[in-house]
Design a protein around this ligand. Structure first.
Ligand SMILES: CC(C)(COP(=O)(O)OP(=O)(O)OC[C@H]1O[C@@H](n2cnc3c(N)ncnc32)[C@H](O)[C@@H]1OP(=O)(O)O)[C@@H](O)C(=O)NCCC(=O)NCCS
Length: 83
């Protein structure tokens, strides 16, 4: 696995957070699904993000939405969703 936290110039990197009171109700899933669909509509070929070790809630969401680990830097994995 390559050591990288950046995929390439044609792959936007996203980050997301839901306020603590609103978590666990599908907001994160809805946001990420919308981002994926919008990126595809705009012609991007992929989306990337980073997730720290131990962030099980985020990793579960990302994997369920089709992100796969493609690199690692420090204590974070870089994940890519091909579109
Ligand atoms: C990650 C985050 C954006 C998810 O948002 P959300 O609105 O809670 O997401 P959803 O309600 O759509 O749920 C996402 C999945 O995570 C799961 N999940 C939630 N908490 C979990 C936990 N502690 N352990 C394992 N899975 C967990 C949910 O069960 C759900 O999976 P499911 O639908 O298969 O049951 C939110 O937790 C957050 O803002 N965290 C703090 C900031 C952060 O870590 N951002 C990501 C940085 S990489």
């Amino acid at each position: 696995m390559r050591k990288r936290d950046y995929v390439d110039d044609d792959t936007p990197e996203i980050g997301m957070a839901v306020t603590s009171e609103a978590r666990g109700r599908g907001v994160g899933t809805a946001l990420l699904t919308r981002c994926i669909n919008q990126a595809r509509t705009l012609g991007w070929k992929g989306l990337s993000l980073s997730v720290e070790d131990g962030n099980t809630a985020a990793r579960t969401l990302y994997e369920r939405c089709g992100f796969v680990t493609v690199g690692r830097t420090g204590n974070s994995d870089t994940m890519l969703r091909e579109l």
